[in-house]
Design a protein around this ligand. Structure first.
Ligand code: CA
Length: 476
């Protein structure tokens, strides 16, 4: 927060406090002060019924890197508990196979190519580059703030580092984290453009970053326990660089592959962090009426960080299932039945409409969501599917999923897969099913025609459609 805004916020808080004191004294004079001692009657309207919202985003976590999605060598009881106590989406997608565009879609509920946010902005090079989430887009934080929520971001932003694009200018009341796409976990020093900041002030951080982010998230929840609050905990685990304290590495003496062992240590630290944050909800009596969402921002980059996308092919940076199908869980004990597995295709764009609806907020004028409120589908108030079609556009590739079918249109032609029978996309059925290909191309081409050209170029991606290794071998 800049000093001017901070001052004005402090002044408005002071004014509010003063007014509250005056109302209290007036009511006390009328002899009805006893009603106000525990919960002031001028507390935020409906704050007791509005759910808090906790959005936890993992970075570069593979589909099968959690116990509940099939991992055998890393225990993740705390993250798993979100699915166990709520809903696991077995066909949960993100809108891009890399970090920043997925976050742009997540924060707006819209396919990010609609506003030209196709690629990563690259590492911060200078103070102002005019790159990042376009200023005309309204963020999840802004919408929830409008609905009466205190908003906080802890962790990775990656939606622009220009002063006007930073979190505190995009709807967040509080920010602790970094602006770029990755960060060293041990050397978190002030003074760099991508250094750790509190608000907009650079700060030194001594703790292992995953633990520091957990500390800040717990502190945010405790300070705002009277709610309602929206906390976006955007962990950079398990993105490179691969670093973990020995205490976490020592949990995995049997993993002989060095990279996988480090990955396991980082996942384990992340699970502890999530456990601590969920514990803070419980301690403060907030667990039942908090909507908790968990997902990874893209599939695992198996060769870079040792992630595992089993049973899918491909990974981060590809539009194969391994790049875009992610662990996606949601719990809200007061509302959603525990142990639900929801199998229809859903996408990260659904998170904002779901959260905004839960918050009783309103969609701003001129904002058109691509995502849907998933709550009525989970509670079975609505029949049918949230989405007849889902779309992706990445480099020169276009993709549609409709029911069990997935069509990929690439420079080298059309490729059709039956995901129900062939989740690993090993058998291209395009030659056998020309009518189906034609039928799927119509909505895909119509969607693609609505997109804006890229506002900036991304890093050059590999042209190889499939990685050399379909999946990383399991630990020995
Ligand atoms: Ca990522």
């Amino acid at each position: 927060m800049d000093k001017k805004n901070m001052k004005s916020d402090m002044e408005s808080q002071d004014t509010k406090n003063l007014m509250e004191r005056r109302v209290f004294l007036a009511l006390a004079g009328l002899g009805i002060g006893s009603f106000c001692m525990n919960k002031p009657i001028w507390a935020k309207e409906n704050s007791s019924t509005k759910p808090n919202i906790l959005l936890i985003l993992a970075d570069d976590l593979g589909y099968a890197d959690l116990g509940i999605t099939g991992c055998k060598d890393i225990a993740t009881p705390h993250i798993d508990s979100i699915a166990v106590n709520g809903v696991r989406f077995s066909n949960g997608y993100v809108s891009c196979p890399v970090c920043s565009p997925t976050r742009a879609g997540l924060m707006t509920g819209r396919y990010q190519q609609r506003f030209g946010h196709w690629y990563n902005p690259g590492p911060p090079a200078k103070e102002s580059e005019g790159i990042g989430l376009p200023l005309a887009e309204v963020t999840m934080a802004s919408m929830l703030k409008e609905a009466g929520y205190t908003t906080g971001l802890v962790g990775k932003w990656h939606l622009g580092h220009d002063p006007e694009r930073r979190p505190m200018k995009r709807g967040y009341d509080e920010f602790f984290g970094f602006l770029g796409g990755s960060h060293d976990y041990f050397k978190a020093q002030a003074g760099e453009l991508n250094g750790i900041r509190r608000g907009d002030e650079p700060v030194d951080e001594k703790e292992y970053l995953t633990e520091a982010f957990a500390r800040e998230a717990k502190d945010f929840i405790t300070r705002h326990k009277d709610g309602p609050f929206f906390l976006y905990l955007s962990l950079n685990a398990v993105h490179t660089p691969m670093q973990a304290p020995d205490t976490y590495l020592e949990r995995f003496p049997d993993i002989t592959d060095k990279q996988r062992r480090m990955h396991a240590a980082m996942v384990s630290a992340m699970d502890d962090a999530v456990g601590g944050v969920l514990g803070t909800l419980k301690t403060n009596g907030l667990y039942d009426n908090t909507l908790v969402l968990f997902l990874s921002d893209n599939g695992g980059p198996t060769q870079a960080n040792g992630a595992d996308n089993t049973p899918f092919s491909g990974g981060k940076g590809t539009v194969m299932e391994g790049g875009i199908r992610v662990p996606l869980f949601m719990q809200w004990p007061a509302k959603f039945p525990a142990g639900t597995v929801y199998e229809r295709p859903v996408i990260s764009l659904d998170i904002l409409p779901t959260a905004l609806s839960a918050a009783g907020g309103t969609v701003p004028e001129n904002v058109r969501f691509d995502g849907k409120d998933l709550a009525p589908f989970i509670t079975k108030k609505k029949r049918g599917e949230p989405h007849d079609t889902l779309f992706w556009a990445w480099n020169t590739q276009k993709v549609i999923r409709s029911g069990k079918w997935k069509l990929v249109v690439s420079d080298d032609g059309e490729h059709l897969y039956n995901l129900e029978k062939d989740p690993a996309e090993t058998t291209d059925l395009a030659g056998e099913e020309p009518k189906r290909v034609k039928k799927l191309r119509e909505p895909l081409d119509a969607w693609a025609s609505e997109l804006q050209p890229p506002l900036w170029k991304g890093r050059v991606q590999t042209k190889r459609r499939r990685p050399l290794k379909k999946n990383r071998p399991k630990k020995s």
